[in-house]
Design a protein around this ligand. Structure first.
Ligand SMILES: *Cc1c(COP(=O)(O)O)cnc(C)c1O
Length: 464
């Protein structure tokens, strides 16, 4: 037998991983079918033992081959995954990647781009930065603003808060003052669970400030929290569109307070900040331009596939200081004055996960994006009016963005559960009950341009 480490490259490849064009074709053919399909059912989860029975053992010493593995995925595993880009998927936050973005994600994989450093991925990083700078300008941030695409909003929020705490620590050190015994992050009582998760990971205290009667966090409440907790507060988080209701905090009044007191302002806009791309929505987000950091998830309302969060800093240099990893084998990277995306958040190896969004924006242009987002806002308004007018239904709150929360009068949680399961069994919609003030409600989160008014009315009719 020949020694595989010395044989010719083709022979070596064959000896180690016998892959042929057929393998690639098998996968890309399926990718093409899936990307272009318009009739993929909603599907639903199967139980582990059903999957065991149907899929059986696929990881074997000899392998089952690309054809069979693809078939197992297409026919058994994929139908056991909810179709999150189905027009009737209205729970949590749906996904609605453009075909351009989904297809380009395949190229990101096929190209083995390393997106962590400029030396390795300058072309990809350049394109990602063009998108980040465009977003920063849309949000009113100054010229020098910049950032990185992270895995998701949870990691984006954590990375931003770690930077904020680092800035506070350095300030205390520079001023020769003793650090507070416990750092504090202030946010609204309605802030996303990822803020509490970040506080937990960082072992800092979280102070949840009550919102006003309008459900929004306001500057005066933040000022009171800062009065009470003083310098121990290293950051204030305002939400640019809560996940549950799509409520945008009163960012302008909060920014005025943080600005005056020199406290870091982070905007969690994972879901909602995309609405700033719609001109008439801008006033709702006044004050974002004063933020020290913001996040928005392209995999939510910017029509990109899972998973991507754009994390943008007003002054990226402070983020580099907080996040750059130092190691002997990395010195050649970290000692250069290059823009290394890994150094702006918690990660090292990095997929160039901003590229699908870049390609989609480059393909369609920014105007189409504005229209696609506006569609969701209009549709939410229209169906909210229908709900308000329908006997037996009541709107819990006027939608600010594209989340509509309502109740079917008199229904218990068990009623909602039964109806929700039937709606999924009938493959019409995926709408799970939510709760508000201890009471069960339903919620439409509208992101997908394929979701129609008629479909939403059909879902309301199914509750009659
Ligand atoms: C979805 C969401 C997050 C978390 O983002 P992931 O990408 O799911 O980690 C954080 N904040 C808000 C407001 C969100 O809607």
């Amino acid at each position: 037998m020949t020694d595989p480490t010395t044989s010719r490259p083709e022979a070596r490849m064959h000896a180690v991983l016998p892959e042929t064009a057929d393998t690639v074709d098998e996968v890309l053919d399926y990718a093409r079918r899936r990307a272009l399909a318009t009739d993929i059912p909603l599907d639903q989860a199967l139980r582990p033992r059903d999957l065991e029975r149907l899929a059986g053992r696929t990881v074997t010493p000899g392998g089952i081959g690309a054809r069979r593995a693809t078939a197992v995925f297409e026919n058994i595993l994929a139908p056991a995954c909810l179709t999150t880009d189905h027009p009737g998927y209205l729970s949590f936050i749906p996904s609605a990647p453009s075909k351009a973005a989904s297809a380009f994600d395949v190229i990101v994989s096929a190209s083995s781009v390393y997106g962590g450093s400029w030396v390795e991925g300058s072309g990809a990083v350049y394109a990602e930065n063009e998108v980040l700078h465009w977003l920063a300008a849309e949000f009113g941030l100054p010229q020098g603003a910049g950032g990185v695409f992270m895995q998701g909003g949870t990691i984006g929020n954590l990375s931003a808060l770690v930077t904020a705490r680092d800035v506070a620590r350095r300030r205390f050190a520079d001023e020769g003052r003793e650090r507070p015994s416990r750092w504090i992050v202030v946010c609204s009582a309605e802030a996303h669970s990822s803020i509490a998760s970040a506080a937990d990971v960082m072992d800092v205290q979280i102070v949840g400030v009550p919102t006003g009667a309008d459900g929004r966090l306001h500057g005066d409440a933040v000022a009171a929290a800062l009065d009470e907790h003083g310098d121990a507060v290293f950051a204030v988080v305002a939400t640019g569109g809560t996940t549950n209701f799509g409520i945008v905090d009163d960012i302008a009044s909060i920014a005025a307070v943080t600005h005056e007191r020199g406290v870091w302002l982070h905007i969690d806009g994972a879901y909602g900040l995309a609405a700033m791309l719609v001109e008439r929505m801008r006033p709702t987000f006044a004050g974002v331009e004063l933020a020290d950091s913001v996040i928005v998830d392209p995999h939510k309302w910017l029509f990109a596939p899972f998973d991507a969060c754009a994390l943008i800093y007003r002054d990226p240099t402070v983020a580099f200081r907080a996040h750059t990893q130092h190691a002997e084998y990395l010195d050649t990277l970290t000692e250069a004055a290059d823009w290394n995306p890994s150094d702006l958040g918690i990660q090292l190896t990095r997929r160039a996960r901003g590229l699908p969004l870049w390609f989609s924006l480059a393909t369609h242009g920014t105007e189409r994006y504005r229209e696609a987002i506006d569609y969701g806002i209009h549709l939410a308004r229209r169906i909210a009016d229908e709900i308000a007018a329908r006997p037996g239904f009541s709107l819990v709150r006027d939608p600010q963005l594209s989340v509509v929360v309502f109740r079917r009068d008199g229904w218990t949680l068990a009623d909602y559960d039964r109806w929700s399961q039937k709606l999924l069994d009938d493959q019409i919609g995926f709408v799970v009950p939510s709760s508000h003030a201890g009471e069960p409600v339903v919620r439409f989160a509208i992101i997908n341009p394929m979701t129609t008014y008629e479909l939403l009315v059909e879902i309301l009719d199914s509750m009659e």
